[in-house]
Design a protein around this ligand. Structure first.
Ligand code: KG4
Ligand code: ZN
Length: 354
């Protein structure tokens, strides 16, 4: 049995988790029972007054909390430092100050404990996280929707991503955050928009669906965001704003549904084992329902992680650590901090970049 500590610090969550590779009773247990602890310290309070994540504030908050969060992950799992077999940490992409804090903490622990260090690409961890909670084999079709990225791809294996489409400008999460800010609803945008949308009429505003009238597999959200800004100038009262909120969310859900249809056509000759969504925006029920409907129409299985594993967490970092360890992929302690590490690019190239 292997125990891996995963550390995540690339944005506004300081997180640590311990995950194991086997469960005692395969028949009675769920895959997610491999998560022995999952501690997340959210920096929402620190960033609220700025209505967004301030990188320097984030880095300092990570530094403040990292030891507390790691200690709690060990205590919750009922383990000692000596029980750990390896330590995995996000080395990119992300806000450089935070990544330095988490990765350096992890490398130092690995050196002191004389156990392997595993460098994790944060986006790849989102992409693989479904395998921690569901029994799904490669290949699968993934739509990754987070605060920093929006990409659709076929996942053939860890580090083997066939990119089908990506955003040409903003990520979906960024559009949620900016729309929330411009409507005066604040930070964190995604969950606030989801809540406010429950009180609005989603059919009240007709908003554009960029890149949904051609064969492009790519995404674009910046025009939609501008359309919301222009429409907001005509909002006369709070109800109008709530209607705009709901119309925006519905439009994003329709864009993803359109893009999933296209991606499934692309996959017609690949025997994929299902459709997976991941990243913070995958926590959104309206988007999930819209994609579930598309999957049902195609007779395709649909997988999504539970909410707490959609947004940033240490468990997905530890899990990719386990998948890498199983393939003997461990890293040296001089692995670079890589704030712009693209998905599917291996360490050799990353080192050439830095
Ligand atoms: O994956 P994540 O936690 O961090 C990144 O890797 O970027 O994603 C954060 C993003 C934010 O933009 C946030 O607004 C969005 O996910 N998000 C949501 C919801 N919860 C978080 N967007 C829509 N609906 C939600 N319920
Ligand atoms: Zn993330």
């Amino acid at each position: 049995m292997t125990y891996i500590l995963g550390i995540e610090s690339s944005c506004d969550e300081t997180a640590a988790a311990i995950v194991t590779d086997v469960i005692a009773d395969e028949e009675k247990s769920l895959p997610a029972d491999r998560i022995l602890s999952n501690v997340i310290y959210s920096q929402i309070e620190e960033h609220k007054k700025f209505q967004g994540v301030l990188p320097e504030v984030a880095a300092r908050a990570h530094l403040d909390k990292i030891d507390v969060v790691v200690k709690k992950a060990l205590t919750d799992a009922g383990l000692e430092l000596a029980d750990l077999d390896a330590i995995a940490a996000t080395c990119g992409p992300g806000l450089i100050g935070g990544v330095i804090v988490g990765a350096t903490f992890a490398k130092t622990m690995a050196m002191a404990l004389k156990i392997p260090f595993i460098a994790i690409n944060h986006i790849e961890a989102h992409a693989i996280s479904i395998r921690l909670v569901e029994r799904i084999e490669f290949p699968y079709l993934l739509i990754l929707m987070s605060g920093g990225h929006c990409v659709s791809c076929v996942v053939h294996d860890i580090n083997k991503f066939e990119i089908i489409g990506k955003t040409l400008d903003d990520s979906a999460g960024e559009s949620f955050d900016k729309v929330s800010k411009l409507l005066g609803f604040g930070y964190p945008g995604g969950p606030i928009i989801e809540e406010k949308s429950k009180l609005g009429n989603a059919d009240n505003f007709q908003l554009p669906r960029p890149l949904c009238n051609n064969h492009s597999m790519d995404f674009s959200f910046s025009g939609l965001k501008t359309a919301v800004l222009l429409a907001s100038e005509n909002c006369k009262n709070q109800q109008d704003k709530l209607d705009l909120c709901a119309s925006f969310q519905k439009t994003v859900a329709e864009i993803f549904a359109y893009k999933l249809n296209q991606a499934l056509k692309f996959c017609e000759n690949i025997s994929i084992n299902g459709v997976v969504i991941a990243g913070g925006v995958a926590a959104n029920s309206c988007i999930k329902n819209s994609l579930l409907q598309v999957c049902n129409e195609h007779g395709m299985k649909f997988y999504f992680p539970p909410k707490e594993l959609c947004t940033d967490n240490g468990a997905m970092i530890a899990w990719l650590g386990i998948e890498k360890l199983q393939r003997n992929q461990v890293d040296k302690l001089d692995f670079p901090i890589a704030p712009c590490w693209p998905l599917g690019i291996n360490m050799f190239y990353v080192q050439k970049f830095y």
